[in-house]
Structures are given as structure tokens and as C-alpha cells.
Design a protein around this ligand. Structure first.
Ligand code: FES
Ligand SMILES: [Fe+2]
Length: 447
């Protein structure tokens, strides 16, 4: 595991070139409302990107597992007997029933409750009742479908659904991320809690807000007293973006409570006592004692490290206008309970403010009045950057399919390899437009 080499760095100064960046427009709003665009993003982006899932410290012993669903792909992570974290599609190789049915659990034998096939923590088929009587049955050819994983030196676990030869290795997709994360001592933190929000907005509506702090002075009063918002800077680094801000070192002012209209004022201005001016109350900065290390991880995730705690966010697109947000919080070892609560309250207040911005924005995006907006070249550079990756990945996949003449789903694994009969039946299915399980056999593009 890692040892922290330094505290998170302060924001870098703006260079002369950065101050002269031209402004550009957002992608059109139709990309935030179309089911076909989301279906396309699934193949073009989500099936090809390294997706952050969790921290390895959540797995204590062999057999500990957590199950997830991402755009309908059901999968689980499990700790193997050798201590590795592996990921598998939650699909029995026999007849596709889910092997794991709980959100989390622990078992070194994974038994399917349909016909009793069992797998070990490495996904190998260990039991298939009565199949020893079947000629030609090879258990080794019926292991669970494995998903590529990468665990960083800091214990952050990522997966990649891409099952093609062209997949991008983690070190290339997130070049530099692992070194940068060494500015924070993840070993000094332990799992505290998780929570989930269900939002009526597109996944990109949330990312738009996440990727800039231009809105912070207006929308986040609490955050704006904890960090010096004028120093906030988003620096794109390929498929991740580092967010910087200088912490406010001194004690901060408590947010003033709402004035009580019965004592502070009256309709006629007399007959009521004025409260004498109170000295301003101060408290310790809930943002902690050092600059943050906050990383947006394309496409939908983030890991945000503060001195009292770090938290991760998994953003799960459900429909073009519905997205689930899953937060996991890890607090500093030994942190007092009231300090934990203070940090969670601080975080949830900021998240709630963002959540409400997204709900109201999406309502307008859905109406077809607005299409694109002008972005500030520096203050909203992160938005421009990630939307550029979205655009490029969608266009590249579109070109790939056009050249191939059929749909391509990089996450597809399939089953019986090189089976002429299965291929023939898939083609027949596509001809009668039933859209079989092999999308690569489809002749027509829909989009
Ligand atoms: S589907 Fe799992 S044993 Fe049949
Ligand atoms: Fe925000």
C-alpha cells in the first residue's frame, strides 16, 4: 500500500496561454434527453472506459463480495483466496440466472439457485449437477465471464467492460493518476458510510456541475467559506481532471442563522426588541486542515479527498433523465464521532445543492427551447474537456460501426465460440428483426 509523499498540492497559477483560451459552446441539449444517445453512449463510452467502483479495504476476507448494476450490466466484485479483487458478470454460464442475489455478502462458494451450478472465488465452475454424465462437457469452458479490473497502489478498484482486443490499458486510460493519488494517505482512512440519491436528470447534467466551480460562490455558501473559491481550478489530465482549491486556514465564521422575524423586525418598526449585535461565532473548518485532492474520473465517477475524510461517487445512468448517485465515505482513523458527523453534514449540504441545480436544469433541457450555451474558457474548462471526450468517443464509435457495416458492442462476450450454427441463427433472428443477443450480426444501424 501507499505511503503519502506529500499533502495535496495547492492550485497551479494560470499561465498566460490559459488566460487567452477561446470560449466554446456546450454540446446540444438533445444529447441530454435522447434514449438513443444514451444507448449509444453505453457502447461508445461506458463499454470502453475504466470505471471506478470501490476501495479494496471494503473486502476483509476471501469470499467477501459486493454486487452492482451499471446500465443493466449486473456484476460483482469478490476477494479471491489469493487476496486479489476480481470482477465477474453476475450471469450463470448455464442459463443466465444471477449467481449472486444480495448487494453484499461473503462466500467462497457461489451457488446458483436455479439448477445448482457452483463457482469458486476465481469464477471457476466447481459443480454442475449431473453434467459429469454429459459427453464433451468441459467445466473449464464454463467459468463465469470475468471483467477486467485494476486496483491502484492506493487500493482504488476500477473495472473495464471492454472485451475487444482494442481495449485501452488502465495505465494509458488514466496515465498519471496513480502517481498523483500518492499525495494522499488512503491508508489513514476507514470506511464510514454510504448513501444514495435518485435524481431526475441525465448523467451529464450532474457532470456539468461537477466539472466546474464557477457556480460555487452562487450555489454553495458553505463550501465557499471553507475553500478560497477564487483559487479553484480544474486541470484536465486526459481522462481525469484534477480539481484544486486553497483551504481557508483560519477558523471560519458560522453560517448565520435565519433572523427571527418576531424579534428582528416588525411591520411597523416599533414595539419589538432588537437583538443586540452578537460577536460573530467561529468554528473549525469542516473542510479540514489541508488543500483537497479532488479527481473527476471520466466518465461518471469521482474521488474527493479532504483531511477529515475522503469520499467517492459512482454515477449510474438509468434513463436519459434519471441517474442514481452512490456515495461512499471513508473517515480518518480515530476521528471523533461529532467530527465525522460534521463532515458528512458539510458534504451532504453541498451535494444537495448540486442535486437541486441538476433537477431544475434538466426540466428545461427536456423542453427543446435551449440547445447550447457559451462556456467560460477557464472557469468552465473542465466541462468543455469532458464533453469533448464524450463527443470524440461517440463519433469514433459511430465511424467504427459505419466502417464495419454493423453494430459493435465492445462489452459482448457471447458463449459457444466460433459456432456456425449460433451465428446462422443470430443472423436469422436479425433478419426477422427480433434483434438477437449478438448485436454484431445486425445488418442495419439505427442511429
Ligand atoms: S442457470 Fe445457474 S444453474 Fe442453471
Ligand atoms: Fe456544485
Amino acid at each position: 500500500m501507499c505511503a503519502a509523499v506529500a499533502k495535496p498540492a495547492p492550485p497551479p497559477e494560470d499561465t498566460a496561454a490559459e488566460k487567452l483560451l477561446p470560449g466554446e459552446h456546450t454540446l446540444p441539449a438533445s444529447w441530454w434527453t435522447s434514449q438513443k444517445v444514451l444507448d449509444y453512449e453505453k457502447k461508445a463510452i461506458f463499454a470502453k472506459s475504466w470505471l471506478f467502483v470501490t476501495h479494496q479495504q471494503r473486502f476483509k476476507k476471501a469470499g467477501d463480495y459486493f454486487s452492482y448494476s451499471f446500465l443493466g450490466w449486473n456484476f460483482f466484485l469478490i476477494k479471491t483466496k489469493a487476496g486479489q479483487i476480481k470482477a465477474f458478470h453476475n450471469v450463470c454460464r448455464h442459463r443466465a440466472y444471477p449467481v449472486v442475489r444480495k448487494e453484499k455478502g461473503s462466500s467462497i462458494v457461489l451457488g446458483c439457485k436455479y439448477h445448482g451450478w457452483s463457482y469458486n472465488t476465481d469464477g471457476m465452475l466447481t459443480k454442475a449437477p449431473h453434467f459429469n454424465e454429459v459427453e464433451g462437457f468441459d467445466p473449464k469452458a464454463n467459468s463465469l465471464f470475468e471483467i477486467k479490473t485494476h486496483t491502484t497502489k492506493q487500493g482504488l478498484v476500477f473495472i473495464n467492460f471492454d472485451n475487444t482486443e482494442n481495449f485501452t490499458p488502465f495505465e494509458e486510460f488514466f496515465a498519471g493518476l496513480e502517481e498523483e493519488m500518492n499525495e494522499y494517505d488512503f491508508d489513514d482512512y476507514e470506511y464510514h458510510m454510504s448513501y444514495e440519491l435518485d435524481g431526475q436528470f441525465n448523467w451529464k447534467t450532474l457532470m456539468d456541475g461537477y466539472q466546474e466551480c464557477y457556480h460555487c460562490p452562487t450555489a454553495h455558501p458553505g463550501l465557499s467559506v471553507a475553500f478560497k473559491m477564487e483559487t479553484y481550478k480544474v486541470v484536465p489530465k486526459g481522462n481525469y481532471c484534477r480539481h484544486y482549491a486553497r483551504i481557508v486556514d483560519e477558523q471560519i465564521e458560522e453560517t448565520p442563522e435565519e433572523a427571527d422575524p418576531d424579534t428582528e423586525s416588525s411591520w411597523f418598526g416599533f414595539g419589538k426588541k432588537k437583538t443586540p449585535a452578537q460577536p460573530k461565532k467561529t468554528k473549525e473548518n469542516p473542510g479540514g486542515s489541508f488543500n483537497g485532492l479532488w479527481c473527476y474520473l471520466f466518465p461518471t465517477n469521482g474521488v474527493n479527498c479532504y483531511s477529515p475524510a475522503f469520499y467517492s461517487i459512482r454515477v449510474l445512468p438509468i434513463t436519459p433523465s434519471r441517474t442514481i448517485l452512490q456515495y461512499d465515505i471513508y473517515t480518518k482513523k480515530g476521528l471523533a464521532d461529532d467530527k465525522k458527523k460534521e463532515f458528512v453534514d458539510f458534504l451532504q449540504q453541498v451535494e444537495l445543492e448540486d442535486f437541486n441545480l441538476c433537477v431544475q436544469t434538466q426540466k428545461n433541457l427536456n423542453q427543446g427551447i435551449y440547445s447550447t450555451g457559451y462556456l467560460h474558457p477557464l472557469k468552465e474548462r473542465g466541462v468543455l474537456h469532458y464533453q469533448g471526450i464524450v463527443k470524440n468517443m461517440v463519433k469514433a464509435h459511430f465511424d467504427l460501426e459505419q466502417a464495419a457495416g454493423h453494430e459493435i458492442n465492445p462489452a459482448r462476450i457471447g458463449g459457444k465460440p466460433n459456432s456456425p450454427e449460433a451465428q446462422e441463427l443470430e443472423e436469422l433472428c436479425s433478419k426477422i428483426e427480433c434483434k438477437g443477443s449478438n448485436p454484431e450480426s445486425l445488418g442495419e444501424l439505427e442511429w
